[in-house]
Design a protein around this ligand. Structure first.
Ligand SMILES: [Zn+2]
Length: 231
């Protein structure tokens, strides 16, 4: 449990002033409104929403932050989820390099070069209160201006990099795997290029990298870098 509180403390400290924050699975959105203060903006009217909000409030108080709660808007779950993605996308355009004198925006960095990192097993508490052990992953993006390595949560990377990059994995041997939609699979097979289709497991077929979880069990197009076709 201590580990979870530590994780929240880290997450809260990393929110910029007046930036939104949506804890994973909660379907609620908060905003940092002070040095150690967050405000509830909206949450869903889902069954456990009030309970989850109370838990966040408790956690926030445990690390000496303050929760400003005037009720916020209570929205249908789909609308809340949509608003969270929207507000994250808007905010992500203003994310900057954390280096003090560097003014680069993360959205302009070489996001296609991001490196996935496996941080090991972690206990996560799900909305139903059940605790499950999951692999924790993140990505490292390197600032093209100052060279700073920036660690990002997978969700944040997905928001700033967009779906096309999020659903692509570049293995250490340079082969890229891109998850395909049903329509793209049909096009690929109809055009006679079905041999570049692979179903993914835990490891990349050639160099045995571990795929990040979202890339497993998926139909992918694999592309071998030019000049390496012999592999
Ligand atoms: Zn930088």
């Amino acid at each position: 449990m201590d580990e979870e509180i530590e994780m929240y403390e880290k997450a809260l400290n990393s929110i910029g002033m007046n930036q939104p924050w949506s804890p994973p699975y909660h379907n609620a959105c908060y905003e940092r409104t002070g040095e150690k203060e967050i405000t509830l903006l909206f949450r869903s009217d889902g069954v456990n929403s009030q309970k989850m909000h109370d838990e966040i409030t408790r956690t926030v108080e445990l690390i000496d932050w303050e929760m400003i709660d005037s009720g916020g808007s209570v929205l249908p779950p789909e609308e809340a989820a949509h608003r969270i993605i929207q507000s994250k996308q808007d905010a992500s355009r203003n994310w900057k390099c954390p280096t003090d004198d560097c003014e680069e925006y993360i959205v302009t960095m070489p996001l296609e070069e991001a490196k996935w990192v496996n941080m090991g097993e972690q206990e996560m508490v799900q909305p139903d209160g059940q605790s499950v052990s999951t692999e924790r992953w993140g990505t490292n993006v390197t600032c093209h201006s100052c060279g700073q390595e920036i660690f990002m949560e997978p969700n944040d990377y997905a928001v700033v990099a967009g779906d096309d990059l999020f659903w692509t994995y570049k293995a250490t041997n340079g082969v890229t795997y891109t998850m395909l939609s049903r329509e793209s699979i049909v096009d690929l097979i109809d055009s006679g290029a079905g041999e570049s289709l692979v179903l993914t497991g835990t490891f990349t077929p050639f160099c045995k990298d571990v795929f990040p979880p979202h890339m497993r069990g998926a139909p992918c197009l694999f592309v071998v870098p030019k000049g390496d076709e012999e592999e």
